[in-house]
Design a protein around this ligand. Structure first.
Ligand SMILES: CC(C)(COP(=O)(O)OP(=O)(O)OC[C@H]1O[C@@H](n2cnc3c(N)ncnc32)[C@H](O)[C@@H]1OP(=O)(O)O)[C@@H](O)C(=O)NCCC(=O)NCCS
Length: 162
């Protein structure tokens, strides 16, 4: 798998794929091309709090992922990942998470990386597997996501530099 800064084309594809998994998103409204273009213009700059990449295997973009909510004062960031629907279950998620954590800890000098996983996300049980080999602590917060007419909580995974 090769890693590249996300391109405009992949950003558009990512917007389409995001709209398929609104249950897992912070903002459950549909992402528009215009909204995605504005997001794309703000990322991957020295001052950005979002760095995003695309993950390419055999010339096909399998998914996107990044470090978001980058807090340079406290050396923390949130991990964000989206494996495109047709490419799930083939190990790409695990590879992307490992690449992002290596980038965060070994290149960006992050002290802590965290993930917030909604209880209503059908892929929530993947996280302990995605993080195998890393040290982390979990905590739970209720009522963080409103979806389908009811509130759901989140599990936070606080991953330490090991
Ligand atoms: C979560 C996600 C990134 C997993 O990506 P993936 O490429 O399918 O994961 P992998 O193939 O690397 O699987 C890694 C492990 O997780 C397990 N796993 C994957 N999806 C799972 C699911 N839905 N439920 C339970 N376990 C799952 C796999 O079985 C594998 O474990 P194993 O090696 O012991 O069999 C992907 O489902 C996704 O992008 N979902 C939509 C967006 C999303 O939810 N992002 C996270 C927001 S917090």
């Amino acid at each position: 798998m090769t890693v590249e800064p996300i391109s405009g084309g992949s950003a558009v594809l990512a917007a389409q794929e995001r709209n398929l998994v609104r249950v897992s998103l912070r903002t459950s409204g549909f992402t528009t091309h215009e909204g995605q273009r504005q997001w794309f213009e703000g990322i991957n700059r020295p001052e950005s709090d979002i760095w995003y990449w695309q993950f390419v295997d055999n010339d096909v973009t399998r998914g996107v992922g990044g470090l978001v909510n980058i807090d340079r004062a406290n050396l923390s960031a949130e991990i964000s990942i989206l494996v495109f629907a047709h490419h799930r279950g083939k190990g790409h998620g695990r590879g992307i998470v490992r690449w992002l954590l290596t980038e965060a800890f070994d290149h960006m000098n992050m002290h802590k990386v965290w993930a917030e996983v909604y209880d209503c996300n059908p892929a929530k049980d993947a996280w302990p597997k995605l993080l195998e080999g890393y040290e982390y602590v979990t905590s739970h917060r209720p009522d963080t996501k409103y979806w389908n007419g009811q509130y759901h909580g989140s599990t936070f995974y606080d991953i330490a530099r090991s």
